[in-house]
Design a protein around this ligand. Structure first.
Ligand code: NAD
Ligand code: UDP
Length: 320
């Protein structure tokens, strides 16, 4: 028997980096968790330790196909998040964002579930407004290499707000800024995982461009605290809301910090900047502070200290 506060929670993309942490958090809060994933970038290893828990269920399923289950809350996280992976099969990336959203919104409508969308700072594109507030409409390229992700996520937001207006669905839309932590795929090409693995192996650190572009990095625990507060909070605050850490670093600064913290002997090498790579990114989190009473607590150096041992373990086992 479940107690009255416990919910049946569906997490799409639940075997990925953020999804696997969210599965843990939901179980800790006494909820039943249905983790759905097609294992494109996620891995069973990320949730293997949860398989013995009778409140946890793992299902292989691609969200571009309809899903018929009975749940109270849906966290829609399914979508590759790293440029290398979402550009590998861009048509599938758009399908995952758009058809996936339609299928999950249809499910939410049928079972009257509250539904969360993991949107992204990428909806702001290469922003001309800095830092980015939720009322900024963005500066995106509709036909570039990143468009499958950026425009797919923008269309998903449109669908969420139309289902909300047209069908009265309880939606929650958060725009997530660069987040890092244990369970990131070691080869997923994102900057934090690349730099840590390169440093631990004593390989050169690959900086794209001159390293002057900026990002603001949020540790996974902070991010999930914000998201859960948002989703479990009052229904009338639907977002979109920025969730991320407003402390901004150049990519070069990140490289130097990682080298320093791993005592690496790595050199820096400078490769071409990928097309449409945003020059700067920092969330304005005033709305999250005001509506959720939330702000991140973990500084970059502290978050890296918690993340490096995870990658050390993978390198030691030959898995990175
Ligand atoms: P991830 O790649 O580790 O996880 C994505 C998960 O979705 C993987 O387990 C993958 O196998 C699964 N998946 C992909 N396509 C699927 C499909 N068609 N059907 C079912 N499962 C599918 O990435 P992540 O960092 O954990 O990101 C999770 C979500 O958060 C994504 O929607 C991403 O766009 C969003 N997000 C993440 C960040 C970040 O910095 N980590 C930033 C902004 C937004
Ligand atoms: N980047 C880099 N070296 C790498 C991987 C990424 O310099 O090995 C840069 C990338 O060009 C971008 C930033 O780091 O400017 C963040 O890249 P990531 O892929 O992590 O996320 P996103 O570009 O989606 O914010």
């Amino acid at each position: 028997m479940r107690n009255s506060k416990s919910k049946r929670v569906l997490i799409t993309g639940g075997a990925g980096f953020l999804g696997s942490h969210l599965c843990e958090r939901m179980l800790e809060r006494g909820h039943d968790v249905l983790c759905v994933d097609n294992f494109f970038t996620g891995s069973k290893d990320n949730v293997a330790h949860l398989l013995d828990n009778h409140r946890f269920e793992l299902m292989r399923h691609d969200v571009t196909f309809p899903l018929y289950v009975e749940v109270d809350h849906i966290y829609n996280l399914a979508c590759p998040a790293s440029p290398v992976h979402y550009q590998f099969d861009p048509v599938q990336t758009t399908k995952t964002s758009v058809h996936g959203a339609i299928n999950m919104l249809g499910l939410a409508k049928r079972v009257k579930a509250r539904i969360f969308q993991a949107s992204t700072s990428e909806v702001y594109g290469d922003p001309e407004v800095h830092p980015q507030r939720e009322d900024y409409w963005g500066h995106t390229n509709p036909i570039g290499l990143r468009s499958c992700y950026d425009e797919g996520k923008r269309c998903a937001e449109t669908l969420f707000f139309d289902y909300h207006r047209q069908h009265g669905l309880e939606i929650k839309v958060a725009r997530i800024f660069n987040t890092y932590g244990p369970n990131m795929h070691p080869a997923d090409g994102r900057v934090v995982s690349n730099f840590i693995v390169q440093a631990l192996k004593g390989e050169p650190i690959t900086i794209y461009g001159d390293g002057s572009q900026t990002r603001s990095f949020c540790y996974v625990d902070d991010l999930l605290e914000g998201i859960i507060t948002f989703v479990e909070g009052p229904a009338d605050f639907v977002g979109p809301v920025n969730i991320g850490n407003p402390e901004e670093f150049t990519i070069r600064q990140l490289a130097e910090l990682v080298i320093d913290m791993t005592n690496a002997r790595s050199s820096l090498i400078f490769n071409d900047l990928p097309s449409d790579d945003p020059k700067q990114r920092r969330p304005d989190i005033s709305l999250a502070r005001e509506k959720l009473g939330w702000e991140p607590k973990i500084k970059l150096a502290e978050g890296l200290r918690k993340t490096i041992p995870y990658f050390e373990n993978l390198v030691r086992r030959g898995q990175a």
